[in-house]
Write a protein that binds this ligand. Structure first.
Ligand SMILES: Cc1ncc(C[n+]2csc(CCOP(=O)(O)OP(=O)(O)O)c2C)c(N)n1
Ligand SMILES: [Mg+2]
Length: 323
C-alpha cells in the first residue's frame, strides 16, 4: 500500500481520537449539550473505509465524528457543530448526531437506529438510474441489523442490483445489550449471505478494513451489485455520555485496548517502513494544535439567530415535487 495513504491514515486516526477525547472534555465542561457518542477504538473502521471508498455517497450513524473528519470535513466546523454554533457544518442546528455536508457527499448521521440504511439504498438507486460510476457506502451498528428496515434494504439492493456497500460495525453492544442477548445470528455477515457477497474482517486493523472496502468498491462498481462487510470492532467509551457503561467486564476492555487500532497501524507501518518515528511525532503535535484551534473557533463562534428556527424545515428546492 502507498506510503502517503498510510501517513494520511495515521493522521486521520490520531485526529479522530484526540478530537473525541477533547469533545468529551468539552461536554463535561458544559460546552456541548445533547447527545454525544464517541467512537474511540473504532477508528480503523471509519478511516480505513473512508480512504478506500473514495468519493461516492456516504451515509453513517450517530457515532460519526471520525467518519466526517476522515471525509475531509474541517475539524473547526465539526467542533462548532458539536457546540451548536452557526459556523458548524449543519449551521449549529444538528449537533453531534447530524453532521451533514453534500459538498463531501456526506449525508450524515442519523439519530434513528438503522434509518440511514434505506436512505443509502435510495441513493444507490439514483446513482444507478443516473449512470454514475461511483456507488454508496452505508455504515451501521450491530444493533441495527435486528431492525426490519435492514432486511428490507438488503432485499431491494439485491433485487435491483444496486451499487451499495453495507458496512456493519459490530462492536458487540447496542447501548448496554450484548449482541448474544439480542441477535439470533451472532456472525452478522451471515444475515446478508442469502442476498449478496458477504464477509467478516478484523475492524481493529486498518489494513484489513481498507482492503475489504477496496474489494467491495471494485465489485459494486463493476458488477453493479451490493456487498456486505462485517467489521469486528470495539468502543472503549460507554454508549454515550449519559451511559455509565458498567455492564462490560474490565477484562473485555483490556483485551480491546491490547488490540488498539492506532497501535496496530503504527507497529505494522513502522515494520514496513511506511511510517517513521519522526513523522509520528510531527503529526501528534500537528493534531494537538488543530484541536486547540478547533475548540477556540467553536468557543468564539456565535450561536444561530432565533429566526434560524424556521429555516431548513421544508426543502425549498422540492416545491415542484410536493405541489
Ligand atoms: C429505531 C430506534 N430504536 C431505538 C433507539 C435507541 N437507541 C439508540 S442507540 C441504540 C443502540 C444501537 O446499537 P448499534 O446499532 O449496535 O450501534 P452502536 O451504538 O453500538 O454504534 C438504541 C437502541 C433509536 N435511536 N432508534
Ligand atoms: Mg453496537
Amino acid at each position: 500500500m502507498n506510503k502517503s495513504y498510510i501517513e494520511k491514515a495515521y493522521y486521520l486516526m490520531k485526529l479522530g481520537r484526540e478530537f473525541e477525547y477533547r469533545a468529551k472534555e468539552e461536554y463535561m465542561k458544559g460546552n456541548i449539550a445533547g447527545f454525544l457518542h464517541l467512537a474511540i477504538g473504532e477508528e480503523a473502521v471509519h478511516v480505513g473505509a473512508t480512504l478506500a471508498f473514495g468519493k461516492g455517497d456516504l451515509f453513517v450513524h450517530y457515532r460519526e465524528h471520525v467518519w466526517a473528519l476522515a471525509r475531509g470535513m474541517d475539524p473547526k466546523h465539526v467542533m462548532a457543530e458539536l457546540f451548536g454554533k452557526v459556523t458548524g457544518v449543519s449551521k449549529g442546528k444538528g449537533g453531534s448526531m447530524h453532521l451533514y455536508d453534500p459538498k463531501f457527499n456526506f449525508y450524515g448521521g442519523n439519530a434513528i437506529v438503522g434509518a440511514q440504511i434505506p436512505h443509502a439504498v435510495g441513493a444507490a438507486y439514483a446513482r444507478k438510474f443516473l449512470g454514475h460510476t461511483e456507488g454508496v457506502l452505508v455504515a451501521f451498528g450491530d444493533g441495527a441489523t435486528n431492525a426490519g428496515n435492514f432486511y428490507e434494504s438488503l432485499n431491494l439492493a439485491a433485487l435491483w442490483e444496486l451499487p451499495v456497500i453495507f458496512l456493519c460495525e459490530n462492536n458487540y453492544y447496542a447501548i448496554g445489550t450484548r449482541i448474544d442477548r439480542a441477535s439470533a445470528i451472532k456472525e452478522l455477515y451471515k444475515k446478508a449471505k442469502p442476498f449478496m457477497v458477504a464477509e467478516q474482517v478484523n475492524g481493529m486493523d486498518f489494513f484489513e478494513v481498507f482492503k475489504a472496502v477496496e474489494r467491495a468498491k471494485e465489485y459494486i462498481e463493476t458488477e453493479s451489485k451490493p456487498y456486505f462487510i462485517e467489521t469486528l470492532t470495539y468502543r472503549y467509551e460507554p454508549h454515550s455520555m449519559s451511559d455509565p457503561g458498567d455492564y462490560r467486564p474490565p477484562r473485555e476492555l483490556k483485551i480491546a485496548h491490547d488490540r488498539d487500532p492506532i497501535e496496530i497501524l503504527k507497529k505494522k507501518a513502522l515494520e514496513r517502513e511506511l511510517l517513521t518515528e519522526e513523522y509520528i511525532k510531527k503529526i501528534d503535535e500537528k493534531v494537538q494544535q488543530e484541536i486547540e484551534e478547533a475548540v477556540k473557533f467553536a468557543l468564539e463562534s456565535p450561536e444561530p439567530d432565533l429566526d434560524e428556527l424556521y429555516k431548513d424545515v421544508y426543502c425549498e428546492v422540492c416545491t415542484d415535487v410536493v405541489s
